[in-house]
Design a binder for this molecule. Structure first.
Ligand SMILES: [Zn+2]
Length: 63
């Protein structure tokens, strides 16, 4: 989810609890999330790159 604390919006992985650096707007938080390779679904459920890797089981390298 995107956790809001005053004017800081912090992307947090809903699978493992990992967080990214807080951003000043929800839009920036979403951009940071995507830059980091995370995904967010329509319900606001965030998944970090590590968890995506585990879920999908694909290899980014060696192709
Ligand atoms: Zn995670």
């Amino acid at each position: 989810m995107i956790e809001r604390f005053y004017n800081q919006f912090t992307p947090e992985c809903d699978s493992c609890g990992k967080k990214l650096a807080g951003q000043e707007s929800r839009r920036d938080a979403l951009a940071a999330l995507r830059r980091a390779g995370w995904e967010i679904d329509g319900d606001g459920f965030c998944t970090c790159a590590d968890c995506l890797f585990e879920l999908k089981g694909y290899e980014e390298e060696g192709r």
